[in-house]
Design a binder for this molecule. Structure first.
Ligand code: SF4
Ligand code: SF4
Length: 461
């Protein structure tokens, strides 16, 4: 798979019959569909964000509890240098993009549609303005400076609305939703033509004979794409998926194109010279000055390197968009973003481990509780039997054998009663407050389990 891990994944191989026929697609009557049913149809058609993050579109089209997202932004600023797929799409398919945007506006109950385009794309801006005029849509086309990373969702939203997106939150918390222009276009094809997400536009560039953009079906082997661009030239040193700042190495050319692949760059030594060896951090602060998310990369770097991930997180590690600006400006050539990716990966892995051990603990405790309950039920039954038998033993009898049986039965009833009262930990004196707290927590969880089981018993009764 074209993924930073380079790991293989489950794929479906489609054997083509070469006839290139499609099934009949049915347009969606989206204006009369219930919003939830419409989102489900969009999900089934496989729509995902084409800006690179491939976040499912149907989730982003849910306005949530507020039932309204006032501002809809279309992101027409390319995410990185070299990438031109959105530029071509805006120039050639402006009307389709705006039709998709109108549907988005209706679903989100947005008051305004703003399209953000960088100032190095005048043709795209003109095409969108002309299409808006032709369709009679009040779309605001705003030109933003070509300054990496203004194509980042939060950065563009700030540029266009002046609203800062909340740290660790979503842009909808600030009443803004951002979609890539290509996602709006795929929504137009989904609702107006009933077409699933079958293809996307991809830039193939770098050390190839004929750099260009292609509209490519998802699943096409990347080697075919490079061949179509005239093939790689002599002296190629590898391939990047994505742009030069955030892209990752393609380990196998036969990997299929996914929805996330917006660009393939063939590298050579001149375009991508080998990175000089990293030196010690001199605390110059250049990285902090370059960071568009207003972070302190050198602090995060120190703590990520020391594997003090909690501290790295306290410096808002998860607000880092991995744009690579800090690494780019660092005079010590420290690959800062690699450290941040490593720290995030470790934190996620620990979270997963914690979750797994929490589940294992819950299962163990429930197992213990079930054993206790079964023991108690057995004791109850024995006690009930003992009570019955006790009634049959003559009271006030002078028969010593009857008296002995009576005593045994009485003891059995008492034991059952004690079992029913539950088991409490013994020898808890002299324990540290922390251990006592842990015991109290376990007891609380046991009580909760008992309550849950009791409620289940009542339900099944
Ligand atoms: S730019 Fe590099 S050397 Fe300067 S403070 Fe940041 S990490 Fe350290
Ligand atoms: S990669 Fe560096 S510059 Fe970019 S957001 Fe993260 S810390 Fe800031």
């Amino acid at each position: 798979m074209p993924h930073p891990s380079g790991l293989p994944d489950l794929c479906i191989v489609i054997e083509s019959d070469g006839e290139d026929r499609a099934t009949e697609f049915q347009p969606l009557d989206w204006r009369n569909l219930d919003p939830s049913a419409l989102r489900n149809r969009i999900r089934d058609l496989g729509l995902a964000g084409l800006g690179g993050a491939v976040f499912p579109t149907y989730i982003k089209l849910n306005p949530g509890a507020t039932r309204k997202v006032p501002t809809l932004i279309l992101n027409g600023a390319e995410c990185e240098p070299w990438i031109t797929c959105d530029d071509r799409l805006m120039r050639e398919r402006a009307e389709g993009i705006l039709r998709g945007a109108v549907a988005m506006q209706a679903i989100l109950h947005a008051d305004a549609i703003i399209v953000g385009i960088e100032d190095n794309k005048p043709e795209a801006a003109a095409a969108l303005q002309a299409a808006a005029k032709q369709l009679g849509l009040p779309v605001e086309v705003t030109i933003v400076p070509t300054l990496y990373p203004s194509g980042g969702g939060k950065q563009l939203a700030y540029l266009l609305t002046g609203k800062e997106m909340p740290a660790g939150g979503r842009s909808t918390d600030a009443g803004v939703q951002v979609f890539n222009v290509a996602t709006a276009y795929s929504l137009h094809r989904a609702i107006d033509l009933g077409e699933p997400m079958l293809s996307r536009v991809v830039t193939v560039t770098g050390h190839v004979s004929e750099p260009q953009n292609f509209e490519v079906r998802i699943g096409t082997p990347i080697e075919d794409l490079i061949r179509q661009a005239g093939g790689e030239l002599a002296g190629a040193t590898g391939k990047l998926i994505g742009g030069p700042m955030m892209g990752f190495e393609l380990r196998d050319d036969t990997a299929p194109l996914t929805k996330a692949v917006n660009c393939v760059i063939v590298k050579n030594r001149k375009l991508f010279p080998a990175a000089p060896p990293a030196l010690a951090c001199i605390r110059c602060g250049e990285c902090a000055r370059a960071c568009p998310a207003l972070l302190q990369p050198f602090e995060m770097y120190w703590y990520a390197k020391a594997k003090d991930f909690g501290k790295a997180q306290s410096y808002r590690l998860f607000d880092c968009i991995e744009c690579g600006c800090c690494s780019y400006v660092c005079p010590s050539h420290i690959p800062l973003v690699d450290f941040f990716r490593f720290a995030k990966g470790e934190i996620w892995a620990r979270e997963r481990e914690k979750e797994a051990s929490e589940q294992a603990r819950q299962r163990h405790e429930f197992h213990q509780f079930r054993l206790e309950r079964e023991k108690q039920e057995k004791a109850d039954k024995l006690a009930a039997k003992a009570v019955d038998r006790l009634k049959t033993v003559e009271t006030g009898s002078s028969d010593p054998e009857a008296e002995r049986k009576k005593a045994i039965l009485q003891a059995a009833i008492e034991r059952a009663q004690k079992a029913k009262e539950g088991i409490t930990p013994k020898n808890v004196d002299g324990l540290t407050p922390q251990i006592q707290q842990e015991i109290a927590d376990i007891e609380a969880r046991r009580a909760q389990l008992r309550e849950t089981a009791h409620a289940k018993d009542e339900d099944s009764a």
